[in-house]
Ligand binder design. Sequence first.
Ligand code: GUN
Length: 283
Amino acid sequence: MAQLIDGRSISDKIKNNVKIEVENLKKSGIGVCLAVVLVGNDPASKIYVKNKRIACEKVGIVSKEIVLDEKISESELLSVISNLNTDSKINGILVQLPLPKHLNETKVINSIDPLKDVDAFCPVNVGKIMIGKCDFLPCTPAGVLDLIDSTGVSVCGKNCVVIGRSNIVGKPMAMLLLNRSGTVTVCHSRTKDLKSFTQNADILISAVGISKFVKADMVKPGAIVIDVGINRGENGQICGDVDFEGVKEVAGYITPVPGGVGPMTIAKLMENALKAAKIQFES
Ligand code: GUN
């Protein structure tokens, strides 16, 4: 029976540390401010943005929410970001994705000042991750690393399998594991005989977005299983990519959904906003 990795308690510890550092900075007259840009009315995005605001309030970071009309033109949005880039009171900028279809997501993300890019999505920061010299670690993959570290198991030399190749999770996740000297395989929708890879994984990370996709017979006994998925089950309930009830009987460690990776992403965002303020203060 797997040990549960409690993302809520680990993320609370991270947020408490951020809170202490934010308070100390305040004593030196430095505030930390995160701008969150939300375009349109996507219900899931609204919930994510609300959770980010609540986390900011908890750790003492000022959250500046900028809600823009769904029909905003690309040039107007770029102008909003340009103003945030030059505003010295703003330390971090996050544009909530996905954006409405008429907006070029890559162009918008690329317009964020790399020193304020707390998501680590822009090409400069993605490049820095590739060479292991990043200012900001991307929030979800960085949170996953902390969850793995909490088990006391070292990534070095382990077979790590990441299912999913998105720019937000799969690709940076693979790079962070490689930077830790894991032997990394990235599987995806075109992978043939997925099970033959996952069954050899000491560390298995799923980010596919399909409910109960990872079954017990795909998992190596004793493996660390990290579930990045946030999906809706048949009855509308939140569930992960992993068939938790089955897999927990085989794995050594497992994250629940909710209460696993989700809270970690927000905690790591708080860390990045704090780091952005420190970098800007020092430069
Ligand atoms: N949409 C889903 N996940 C994320 C994230 O981590 N950052 C941003 N900006 N948008 C998202």
